[in-house]
Design a protein around this ligand. Structure first.
Ligand code: HEM
Length: 386
């Protein structure tokens, strides 16, 4: 009988210890594993009991992102998010289901649609900055979370009713602020009737009620045809007669909320943190903001995200035996592109520990020939673009 090829080596510590290492200490632990085992190594994690093979070489990262989406399953790899995001979530779908959902969702995120949201976002950002008192320090992540939540609720959900916003805000915050323990517990359905897991499930249910109310009212709204928010566009979305059901709308809204709110806030907070550390950099950023130099401002955010990756890895489950970075891997293997490691390779980013936005002005760093374009989150760079 043929044995499947062995996975690359990795630490032999108990799964619980490895899981804590990945969740809590990854900035020190993952680079240490790379130094010890090289560019491909295997970690063993809870709660799924999955072995994950991590890659960080740019060519391997490209192979993962550009892999055939029918072989490199992202939805299956994200299954842990199911209890909160729902089975229809874009992040949980694969194959034809994913292609169908993308066709219905992407028009709401076209360049034209995004430009239409700009004034609202700018207005919310200005209100937030206007509330700061010069010289008085404040926790920047908290404020960035507040402003990106407001953006999602108004731009994505299109909620303007202040009473509903008041009810939505704390529920969303609580949903996002779950401890890793609650998150890991999602994989064990029995826990949902106990303690903190029960409370988390109740909050998700309460948020669901509000979201479904919003969807119902929006469908019946006389100005639905003229509304520009994402939810209204998704309700109108029609791909040759195929439309999103209420259940699908609920799952996609929760997905956009969870995928778009804290990620953006974290990236912005790190950007402000880096700018705050260096007066010369601050002057450089101020000048860019004053003159509307979007290229420099974008370089600042990109460099902050390079140095402090918001999402540490992107994961896929292999549906067929595959060869990655020259390694033969059996079907069922979970592989990951370690964003954390890929961003800190000195061959791709000289002096990787330094905050140097200019590297993004001198041309895109670390482009492997033929690599997918950085079309943005969940854009053409994701899931099998070649
Ligand atoms: C700095 C901010 C953000 C970061 C770092 C980020 C990062 C990511 C990453 C790493 C993925 C997985 C890609 C893959 O598996 O190939 C992803 C997917 C996704 N993100 Fe974001 N994201 C950000 C902001 C947003 C925002 C603002 C939204 C929406 C409002 C959003 C919605 C999504 C969706 C729907 C997907 C799934 C796409 C698909 O599977 O087709 N993200 N994001």
């Amino acid at each position: 009988m043929d044995h499947p090829p062995p996975l690359p080596p990795g630490p032999r510590l108990p799964r619980l210890v490895q899981s804590v290492g990945m969740m809590r200490l990854r900035h020190r632990w993952v680079p240490r594993l790379q130094r010890r085992y090289g560019d491909a190594f295997t970690v063993r994690l809870l709660p799924t009991g999955r072995d994950i093979v991590l890659f960080s070489d740019p060519a391997a990262v490209r192979e993962i992102f550009a892999g055939d989406p029918d072989v490199f399953h992202a939805g299956e790899a994200n299954s842990l998010l199911g209890p909160v995001m729902g089975q229809h979530s874009l992040l949980l779908l694969d194959g034809a289901d994913h292609r169908r959902a993308r066709a219905l969702l992407t028009p709401a995120f076209s360049g034209r649609a995004l430009r239409g949201y700009a004034d609202l976002v700018t207005g919310l950002a200005k209100t937030e900055v206007g509330s700061w008192t010069p010289g008085v320090p404040f926790p920047v992540l908290e404020r960035m979370n507040a402003v990106t939540l407001e953006v999602i609720l108004r731009v994505v959900f299109g909620v303007t009713d202040e009473a509903r916003l008041e009810r939505l805000r704390p529920l969303v915050r609580q949903l996002v602020d779950v401890s890793p323990l609650v998150f890991l517990g999602y994989a064990v359905p029995r826990l949902r009737s106990v303690g903190m897991w029960r409370r988390a499930a109740e909050r998700t249910a309460a948020l669901d009620v509000l979201i479904r109310e919003e969807v119902r009212e929006r469908r019946a709204s006389p100005d639905l045809e003229h509304r520009e928010d994402v939810l209204s566009r998704l309700i109108r979305a029609d791909d040759g007669g195929d439309r999103l059901t209420d259940d699908e709308l609920r799952d996609q809204l929760v997905t956009l909320l969870l995928a778009g709110h804290e990620t953006t806030a974290t990236a912005l907070a790190w950007t402000l943190h880096e700018i705050g550390l260096d007066p010369a950099r601050r002057a450089w950023a101020r000048e860019a903001a004053r003159t509307g130099d979007d290229e420099r401002l974008e370089a600042l955010v990109k460099e902050a995200m390079r140095l402090h990756p918001v999402i540490p890895m992107v994961v896929r489950v292999l549906r067929a035996p595959s060869t990655l970075a020259g390694l033969d891997l059996p079907a069922g293997t979970t592989v990951a592109a370690s964003i954390l490691l890929a961003h800190s390779r000195s061959a791709s980013h000289p002096d990787p520990g330094a905050f140097r936005p200019e590297r993004f002005l001198d041309g895109q760093p670390a482009r492997t020939p033929g690599s997918p374009s950085a079309a943005g989150c969940g854009g053409a760079s994701a899931r099998g673009s070649r």
